[in-house]
Design a protein around this ligand. Structure first.
Ligand code: ADP
Length: 239
């Protein structure tokens, strides 16, 4: 398999996706029919009020969860038909994740944090060291690999998390409020970094954000409301 979808097919397609949490009286429909296509190489910002279904959609696009109804196609593969192990394999090969809270292992060096996804993949120690060093250098952190997260600033920690997400050379980077814990200046630096990864490496970036200034870096902004896509617009973008 390659990271390129078949010609003419979007990289990601949600077709009438619904998601219901709970059962019976307590059932809640978080997604009420989402249709969405994303091409390889896009940089998409996902916005919308709290509870509108952004995280649910990101979890489905990240192959962490499956729709209750409709279909999620990743490279034309219906993800809901895969079992847990197959979904994990898909994640490991194609997807990288970045979170608001960085989610780094606290007592572990930056270098080892970045090596972790390669360990799961069964890479040799020598290859892990080299790839992680390269990933850290590509996010501007050459030479800080031996520091633990506590010894790094918030912006540096998010860079380590981004290095960890890209060390496996994913096709898609899913970022859930990646600048939510950072000041404006540092947020802009992180957005420049994501813009560069999208532009120079062709990584498709899907990012949830509450901040219009950060969404402006994306080429496309999708607004969710009440479990549906309320608007889906092209953006001039600053990157
Ligand atoms: P957003 O990310 O836009 O804030 P979410 O996708 O997290 O929205 O949630 C959409 C709705 O689904 C919310 O009302 C939320 O309370 C509900 N929800 C999300 N996850 C669960 C869950 N695991 N169990 C029950 N309800 C959930």
């Amino acid at each position: 398999m390659t990271a390129t979808p078949p010609p003419g097919e979007p990289l990601i397609a949600l077709r009438g996706v619904t998601k219901t949490y709970g059962q019976g009286q307590a059932a809640f429909q978080a997604l009420r029919g989402v249709d969405l296509s994303i091409e390889a190489g896009e940089f998409v910002a996902i916005m919308g009020p709290s509870g509108s279904g952004k995280s649910t959609t990101m979890n489905i696009m990240g192959c962490l969860d499956v729709p209750s109804g409709g279909s999620y196609l990743f490279r034309n593969i219906p993800v809901e038909r895969l079992d847990r192990n197959q979904r994990a394999l898909l994640r490991r090969h194609y997807l990288g994740f970045v979170f608001q809270g960085f989610n780094l292992l606290a007592r572990t060096s930056a270098q080892e944090n970045v090596e972790l996804p390669l360990l799961y993949r069964g890479e040799s120690a020598a290859s892990r060291h080299a790839l992680a060093r390269e990933a850290l250098a590509s996010v501007g952190l050459a030479g800080v690999g031996h520091h633990t997260p506590a010894e790094l600033s918030g912006g540096q920690q998010q860079r380590v998390a981004i290095a960890r997400a890209i060390v496996t050379r994913p096709a898609v980077l899913l970022a859930d409020e990646p600048t939510g814990n950072l000041d404006t200046h540092t947020s802009r630096e992180i957005m420049e970094l994501l813009t560069g990864l999208n532009r120079d490496r062709g990584i498709t970036v899907l990012m949830v954000t509450h901040e219009p200034e950060m969404a402006a870096y994306a080429h496309r902004v999708i607004h969710f409301r009440d479990g549906r896509v309320a608007s889906d617009e092209r953006n001039g973008g600053t990157g």
